[in-house]
Design a protein around this ligand. Sequence first.
Ligand code: HPA
Length: 245
Amino acid sequence: MLGIIGGSGLTQLANLDVSHREIVRTPYGEPSGPLTFGRVGCQDVVFLARHGYGHTIPPHLVNYRANMHALEASGVTQVVSVASVGSIRSDFGPGSLVVPHQIIDYTWGREMTFQSGNDGPVVHVDFTEPYDAAVRKLLLDVALRVGEKIFDSAVYATTQGPRLETAAEIDRLERDGADIVGMTGMPEAGLARELDMPYAALCVVSNWAAGRADSAHGIKFDSLEAVLHLAMARVRRIIEGICEA
Ligand code: HPA
């Protein structure tokens, strides 16, 4: 079953034919909200709003472990994580859709592993390629088929938030090789790997990163909502298309 984690701008899936909702408890506490089960087109899906259905949980306080554990316990076999990001690269303007291929993790102080240190030998999971190749390909193939332009690679820098970055921080991320910046990519992707759950991200560029283009003198929040709204309609079309693959 396909699990979809919705980020800012996607707290609900309008095209989800809901069968039921479930409050799931996990050894790691409660997920961001009840899991919503249903169908999109011909595919069974489970949807979870990363920041809660009322968008009340900031990125550094999301219980990523509970979210991923709950999805796995509910029979999810692959995850598409939808997330809004800022763009560092001049060719990814606001409204662009991007499927990143790499991550750099700048977060700190988050519960980032299922390894508590009390249950068996230490395991080092391979994370050379942080995203699952098959799920990435699925997203790219579907986007092509439904006619949605999408960028097929990017390095995603995960910052701690909840504040946005300074212009100098963005310059540093660019020097590090990052193309896009968001606050939720990690530890989510790492936890999915620990669970051996195929996982890929579908990112929506909501704004130029701090100090870039339109954001040269600050990020304007009024246009951000409108950009996200339009782009999420395209995200929904891609998700709907997955089941036709
Ligand atoms: N920075 C970090 N996270 C974000 C941004 C940004 O500019 N836009 C959306 N999420």
